[in-house]
Design a binder for this molecule. Structure first.
Ligand code: HEC
Ligand code: HEC
Length: 211
C-alpha cells in the first residue's frame, strides 16, 4: 500500500514542475512503524492497523497492558470503529501486540526487536516534521485548519504570526491545542485534545509556529 503510494508520488513529481510535491514524500521514521517480529501477528498489524491512525496510538498504550486489554482494544477497532479484519486473525494480532507493546514483553522479544532495528539515523528535523504530519492526520486537525487560509479554525500561518513575538509561544500554543477552547480567534470553539502527550502537543505547536 505504502509502496504504491510512493511510486505514484514519485511519478507525479517527475512530471510536475513544482518541487513542492517532491517535498511531500516522507518515509515514516523508525518510530512510526511496528517493531519487527517473527510473530505471525506482525504482518497482520502492518496490514490492518495503520489504515485509520498512526502506530503512535499503539505505541502510546501503557506497557503494562495485559492480553485482555489488547483483545478488547482490537475488538473495539472492528465494532464500533469499523475495521475490517477476519475473526481468525484476532488471536495472532493480540499475541503480537501484548508481546511487543504490552505486559508480556520478555527479554527474548526485546532482544529480537533490538537486533532487527535498521541502522538508519533519521535526522531530527525530518523526523519531527513527519511526526507532526502523522499527528495532524491522526487527530483530524486538517478538517478544521489549513496552513494558509481559515477553515473552521485559524490558518496556521496566522497563528504563527500572532505568536511570533511571544517568548513562551510554543508552551502556550501546546496548551491551547490540548485544552481547546474559544474566543481567541472567534466564537467557534476548538475541541480539547487531552489525549495528546506533552511531547505530541509540543511537536504540533512547533509545527504550527514554524509556518
Ligand atoms: C476503521 C478504522 C480503524 C482501524 C482499521 C484501526 N483502528 Fe484503532 N482506532 C480507531 C479509532 C476511531 C480510534 C479512537 C480514536 C480517538 O479516540 O481519538 C482508535 C484508537 C486506537 C487505540 C487507542 C486506544 C483507544 O482505545 O482509543 C489503539 C491502541 C488502537 N486504535 C489500536 C488499533 C489496532 C491494534 C488496530 C489493528 C488491529 C487498529 N487500531 C485499527 C480506528 C481504527
Ligand atoms: C472541529 C474543528 C477543529 C479541529 C478538529 C481542530 N481545531 Fe484547532 N482550532 C479550531 C478553532 C475554532 C480555533 C479557534 C479557537 C479560538 O478562537 O480560541 C482553533 C485554534 C487553534 C490554534 C490556535 C491556538 C491559539 O493559541 O491561538 C491552534 C494552534 C490549533 N487550533 C491547532 C490545532 C491542532 C494541532 C489540531 C489537531 C490536534 C486542531 N487544531 C484541531 C478548530 C479546530
Amino acid at each position: 500500500m505504502r509502496h504504491i503510494l510512493i511510486r505514484i508520488l514519485l511519478a507525479a513529481s517527475a512530471l510536475a514542475p513544482y518541487s513542492a510535491i517532491a517535498l511531500d514524500i516522507q518515509l515514516p521514521p523508525e518510530t512510526a512503524v511496528f517493531k519487527p517480529s517473527e510473530l505471525p501477528g506482525y504482518t497482520l498489524v502492518q496490514r490492518n492497523c495503520t489504515i485509520c491512525h498512526s502506530v503512535h496510538y499503539i505505541q502510546s498504550q501503557p506497557p503494562t497492558s495485559p492480553r485482555s486489554y489488547w483483545e478488547a482494544t482490537v475488538k473495539k477497532m472492528r465494532v464500533p470503529f469499523g475495521a475490517k479484519f477476519p475473526d481468525e486473525d484476532i488471536p495472532a494480532i493480540v499475541d503480537y501486540l501484548v508481546k511487543t507493546y504490552g505486559a508480556e514483553r520478555n527479554s527474548k522479544t526485546m532482544a529480537l526487536n533490538t537486533a532487527n532495528k535498521p541502522a538508519i539515523i533519521v535526522p531530527m528535523a525530518a523526523s519531527s516534521l513527519a511526526d507532526a504530519k502523522t499527528l495532524l492526520a491522526a487527530n483530524n486537525c486538517l478538517a478544521c485548519h489549513a496552513i494558509d487560509n481559515k477553515i473552521v479554525g485559524p490558518a496556521f500561518r496566522d497563528v504563527a504570526a500572532k505568536y511570533a513575538s511571544k517568548t513562551n509561544a510554543a508552551a502556550l500554543v501546546a496548551r491551547n491545542i490540548r485544552d481547546g477552547g474559544a474566543n481567541k480567534w472567534g466564537p467557534v470553539s476548538m475541541p480539547a485534545f487531552g489525549k495528546l502527550s506533552d511531547a505530541e502537543a509540543d511537536t504540533l505547536a512547533h509545527y504550527v509556529l514554524s509556518q
